[in-house]
Design a protein. Structure first.
Length: 225
């Protein structure tokens, strides 16, 4: 249990670095006062343009990858049979730090870039299934966005796909974990998925109403309702 708590704390610490917020501040604005009102990649892209979006995505992915790498270095030899689970706890902590940074009154992003980092980081340590997971998750994001131009829709489908993949591949024995650890893994991924969908509840309402902003429709100049 103590190792899981440490992993959560490590992840939360890394997650506190709000790339989009700091980039916006450098350009004289608080991006939380524009567009969707959060400090994530999509709002940085919509508010400040493609360069800001790319930098925010890279920074938010990097912080999660670094947190997971640190956990692997600390606990990889001590808990080899649980390292996949511990890395996910670090990822969960990073999501919490990203979404709810204490120094920003718990108003951060939505955790999608961190989820992307989880799939990317797995490619470094778990082959070949992790590469397959990465491309499946990428497809569930990229295809809906390419067809509909709704980034929120692609994000939601990618998170759902990630959860399904974790369960399917886990049950196939690709993670090399005991069933008890697998169940804990599934619960944790489900909670992260549920949190992502809850954080996108306003986007879901706009998708259902046909009023969601499409990618490439222009920068947001004021905060959405």
């Amino acid at each position: 249990m103590w190792a899981k708590i440490v992993c959560l704390v490590i992840g939360y610490g890394f997650g506190l670095f709000q790339t989009g917020y700091f980039y916006g501040k450098r350009n004289g604005i608080d991006i939380r006062k524009y567009g969707s009102g959060n400090a994530g990649t999509t709002n940085a892209l919509r508010t400040l343009g493609k360069k800001a979006g790319a930098i925010t995505l890279a920074g938010d992915c990097l912080k999660a990858i670094l947190a997971i790498l640190l956990v692997s270095l600390i606990f990889g030899r001590a808990f080899p049979e649980q390292i996949m689970l511990l890395k996910l706890y670090a990822g969960a902590g990073c999501v919490l730090g990203h979404n709810f940074p204490f120094y920003m009154k718990f108003k951060g992003g939505k955790g999608i870039a961190v989820m992307a980092a989880l799939t990317v980081s797995n490619c470094f340590w778990h082959l070949p299934y992790s590469v397959l997971m990465f491309f499946i998750t990428l497809a569930f994001f990229a295809v809906p966005v390419a067809v509909t131009r709704y980034i929120s829709l692609g994000s939601l489908l990618a998170y759902a796909a990630f959860f399904i993949e974790m369960v399917v591949f886990g049950q196939l024995g690709w993670f090399g974990m005991e069933q008890a650890y697998l169940y804990e893994l599934y619960i944790l991924v489900f909670l992260l998925t549920a949190l992502a969908w809850w954080r996108h509840r306003a986007n879901i309402r706009r998708l259902l109403n046909g009023t969601e902003n499409k990618f490439g429709s222009g920068k947001s100049k004021s905060k959405e309702g």
